[in-house]
Design a protein around this ligand. Sequence first.
Ligand code: HEM
Ligand SMILES: *[C@@H]1O[C@H](CO)[C@@H](O)[C@H](O)[C@H]1NC(C)=O
Ligand SMILES: *[C@@H]1O[C@H](CO)[C@@H](O)[C@H](O)[C@H]1NC(C)=O
Ligand SMILES: *[C@@H]1O[C@H](CO)[C@@H](O)[C@H](O)[C@H]1NC(C)=O
Ligand SMILES: *[C@@H]1O[C@H](CO)[C@@H](O)[C@H](O)[C@H]1NC(C)=O
Ligand SMILES: *[C@@H]1O[C@H](CO)[C@@H](O)[C@H](O)[C@H]1NC(C)=O
Ligand SMILES: CC(=O)N[C@H]1CO[C@H](CO)[C@@H](O)[C@@H]1O
Length: 346
Amino acid sequence: MASLSLALVFLLVSSSFLVLDAQSSPPLVKGMSFTFYRSSCPDLEKIVTDYLRTVFRKDIGQAAALLRIHFHDCFVQGCDGSVLLDGSASGPSEKAAPPNLTLRPEAFVTINALRELVQKKCGRIVSCSDIVALAARDAVALSGGPNYRVPLGRRDGLTFATRDVTLSSLPGPNETTPALIAALSRINLNVIDLVALSGGHTIGISHCTSFEDRLYPTQDTTMDQTFSKNLKVTCPKKNSSNTTPLDIRSPNKFDNKYYVDLMNRQGLFTSDQDLYSNKTTRPIVTKFAINETAFFEQFAWSMVKMGQLSVLTGTQGEIRANCSARNSARSALWSVVDDEGEAAAF
Ligand code: HEM
Ligand SMILES: *[C@@H]1O[C@H](CO)[C@@H](O)[C@H](O)[C@H]1NC(C)=O
Ligand SMILES: *[C@@H]1O[C@H](CO)[C@@H](O)[C@H](O)[C@H]1NC(C)=O
Ligand SMILES: *[C@@H]1O[C@H](CO)[C@@H](O)[C@H](O)[C@H]1NC(C)=O
Ligand SMILES: *[C@@H]1O[C@H](CO)[C@@H](O)[C@H](O)[C@H]1NC(C)=O
Ligand SMILES: *[C@@H]1O[C@H](CO)[C@@H](O)[C@H](O)[C@H]1NC(C)=O
Ligand SMILES: CC(=O)N[C@H]1CO[C@H](CO)[C@@H](O)[C@@H]1O
């Protein structure tokens, strides 16, 4: 009986969603193109992929870190490389905001190394935000996930996002499905995008502090007992600095096991587990858990959408020489916002 109703749900789900063929992609934003650097930097993608292959061979964790940087970049004031900017120690940049504290420093070093390699070969032609988008794609593909074409032509932003903008643009791990749906719909991402993009949690790690509220003072009853018992060993009390994998079944492999975790109540965050608890998103989780191809196609599609959020193109912004700093840091950032009207699009 159970398998019959499961099959029925699956049938309903698969017939009601768009079937993607491998060649199709979401619409490209004006100024973006798959062949943007074809003549100005023809080896770009090979340079990035070859370098990352060597990086991941030493530390596969960097794949997760690079994927997450692209997500943060795009959700906070658009994919404009602003997440890469170093603030002054007291500065109000994205990096200084609390969620920044768990972005891995090594991954920023990797982006700057790619910046140099690409610049040596092609000059200052390729934006840091494009390098981040390509690095995220390679992080996915080289970890076993789908390979997909990345629209290029982003320009780098001139402004930081403030701490408050950063906090309000990134959903928290304690949020439930309705709040997540609402947050993504504000940037034109739909329910299917939400479930597919959350599948990014098939690789990487989390600090205890991101989910300790589900363990202490009382245990979240939606969590599998054995799973929570083991998490309490890793995180023996509140505010532990330890970490644990996001996907217990295959922590370093980009696959559909994240959705299998959710079906077994082994999602780490409320924002993960509620995608299965909630009836609106549950059929999509089930579909991806059963059919990895369906997940991969949708993930690629949704990443191309996410990768074009409020991008700067044409003559907007600049091409940074150093991904960590604006080309001209002479004028105060905040006067730039006022003088040039370059404050980004949200
Ligand atoms: C839907 C809302 C999302 C929430 C609430 C969320 C929240 C989080 C949190 C709290 C962490 C752990 C941080 C830590 O404690 O170290 C994390 C890690 C991660 N997230 Fe998300 N995330 C979301 C969406 C995404 C998306 C869309 C992607 C990419 C497509 C993504 C990719 C990752 C990756 C790869 C990691 C692991 C990073 C590492 O190992 O360094 N997340 N996320
Ligand atoms: C999530 O956590 C933040 C920070 O601790 C808190 O302000 C917010 O109210 C929480 N949201 C929910 C839905 O519990
Ligand atoms: C599930 O999500 C939908 C869509 O946001 C919402 O309307 C509904 O109230 C949620 N269900 C529960 C039980 O929270
Ligand atoms: C949590 O631990 C960090 C050091 O790991 C410390 O700086 C911070 O004050 C602690 N926070 C609380 C609420 O105990
Ligand atoms: C899995 O999904 C793919 C892509 O949507 C689809 O072509 C295929 O028929 C599905 N497989 C099954 C067994 O339903
Ligand atoms: C890039 O900018 C950062 C932040 O201003 C600075 O610390 C670093 O030294 C710069 N790197 C190079 C190679 O100039
Ligand atoms: C201001 C600040 O704390 N910035 C940090 C943000 O995170 C990156 C990577 O972890 C650090 O390199 C920055 O120093």
